[in-house]
Design a protein around this ligand. Structure first.
Ligand code: GLN
Length: 493
């Protein structure tokens, strides 16, 4: 049996029944990582640490003291600080930064028995939709198109984590989402990714991009696996003032529940210009699946949707320019060796350490916050953000969840990416609204386009109603029968 083909929940059941050990499970994944170097999914691998953690898991399991995620090999986005292990945020500016503390989310995973396989690549400081901005080279999507030898992007910014799951290198991975970075790469890689409500997971120890938008979440092979991981990752943390003190539900209990009578909203403004025909057709299919399962479909309107991208691309860079001011070459990370004065040191360190996309964001953000433009851009964007949130509040008076596609298109080939930054930003058009409103959203692999690349559907719920996303997500997952579609595809090719 190839243990890397299991889902997280199947692996838990197998470990519990002592069909295999955590050490065997971990070894299989380490081998698979070794054989998959061409994907470039990891920046740092930690096989020795993984094997010693697996031994601890095996001892606990033998004593009958198995923890909720005991023995499960996981990949960690390199934005999460990990004690004693290099953390790069996909950037050269952090140099050989080794945190002396552990992020709350990863520490929750280790306390639950999870095993770290390594740190995954990502767009630099989580800015991007392709993983092409990583300082450690592009990550390759494990999906490819029969008949051509092009390499496809995994999406971003959590591209390494998503490629690791799609390529069977780990059973679950952590990711973060500021404007779509969990859901968009999950869609491109044919896996599940959930961005929880803002405040559900602690941001403590996660390198900050845009603090009012950033949120951590899991990426996994199935909806149930995502529920199992979020149960452990979520929770109140006094070290993060924006983390919310509410009990964490047993998300996995939502799987398999009926959606009879549930009201599903279809926001008409999400039929955006440039939406791929196959994506639009998949959306219609998703509507049919939910109807057949007893849900009621209701048209809703989110009138301020068209302002979401410009609003996001003011607020996110503004917060980023402030958060990234700390990388000055003095306290940690890279320091230019050719500086002659203090000003030189700042300038050279930052010019050498940051990549182009990060520099672009810092420039936009600094401009939007500068005297004279602050009211015209930043304050205005905050007001529009409020209107976008109100749109959702109004719509959720009529419906329980909403269904939309995750991204207007499938993954693109490396070298065929949109060349101007604005077209790249369009990748986020269906996802950023949720970050602006603080709402949770899940991407479910639901279809395959005629080239053979995966497409995702997104479900949105009111704040702290993630259970609905798991419940409805499991229905879509079952109806789409995605794994069967993959098998069919493999046979046909
Ligand atoms: N692609 C978006 C951006 O570049 C979102 C990134 C993210 O969610 N971290 O900002």
């Amino acid at each position: 049996m190839d243990l890397t083909k299991l889902t997280l929940s199947e692996a838990l059941a197998g470990l519990k029944a002592k069909k295999f050990s955590a050490t065997e499970l971990t070894q299989s994944h380490i081998k698979r990582i070794e054989a998959s170097k061409h994907l470039n999914a990891f920046i740092t691998e930690t096989p020795d640490l993984a094997l010693s953690s697996a031994e601890n898991s095996d001892n606990r399991i033998a004593r009958g003291e198995m923890l909720p995620l005991d023995g499960i090999p996981l990949a960690i986005k390199d934005l999460f600080c990990t004690q004693g292990i290099k953390t790069t945020a996909g950037s050269h500016i952090l140099g050989n930064f080794v945190p002396h503390y552990e992020s709350t989310v990863t520490s929750n995973l280790w306390k639950a028995g999870g095993i770290m396989l390594g740190k995954t690549s990502m767009d630099e400081f989580a800015m991007g939709s392709s993983n092409l901005t990583s300082a450690f080279g592009p990550v390759i999507n494990p999906w490819h198109v029969e008949g051509n030898d092009k390499k496809y992007v995994p999406g971003g910014s959590s591209g390494g984590s998503c490629a690791a799951i799609a390529g069977d290198l780990a059973l679950g991975a952590t990711a973060t989402d500021t404007g779509g970075s969990i859901r968009q790469p999950a869609s491109f890689c044919g896996i599940v990714g959930i961005k929880p409500t803002y405040g559900r997971c602690s941001r403590w120890g996660i390198v900050a991009f845009a603090s009012s938008l950033d949120q951590a979440g899991p990426v996994t092979k199935t909806v149930e696996d995502a529920a199992l991981m979020l149960e452990v990752m979520a929770g109140h943390d006094p070290k993060d003032a924006t983390s919310v003190n509410r009990p964490v539900p047993h998300y996995s209990k939502s799987i398999g529940q009926s959606i009879q009578g549930l009201k599903v909203g279809i926001p008409k403004e999400y039929r955006v210009d440039g939406m791929n025909k196959e994506v639009a057709a998949l959306w219609d299919k998703g509507i049919e699946w939910l109807k057949e399962s007893g849900a009621e479909i209701v048209d809703v309107s989110l009138p301020h949707t068209k302002y979401a991208l410009p609003t996001y691309y003011i607020i996110a860079p503004a917060e980023a320019s402030s958060n990234l001011a700390r990388y000055d070459g003095i306290r940690f990370g890279h320091r230019s060796s050719s500086a002659q004065s203090l000003d030189d040191l700042y300038e050279l360190t930052r010019s050498e350490g940051f990549g182009n996309e990060v520099k672009r964001r810092i420039l936009i953000g600094t401009y939007a916050l500068s005297a004279g433009y602050y009211e015209a851009y930043y304050i205005k964007a905050q007001k529009v953000r409020r209107l976008i949130t109100q749109d959702f509040e109004e719509a959720f008076k009529k419906v329980d969840v909403m269904l939309t596609p995750t991204v207007p298109s499938a993954a693109f080939a490396i070298g065929e990416e949109p060349k101007d930054p604005i077209s790249m930003y369009m990748m986020d058009v269906l996802t950023v609204t949720l970050n602006l409103a603080g709402l949770p959203g899940i991407s479910i692999p639901a279809g395959i386009n005629n080239e053979g690349l995966p497409l995702g559907l997104q479900l949105i719920s009111p704040a702290f109603e993630e259970e609905r996303l798991f419940k409805v997500g499991a229905v879509i997952e079952k109806a789409a029968d995605f794994s069967k579609q993959i098998e069919k595809l493999r046979k046909a090719s």
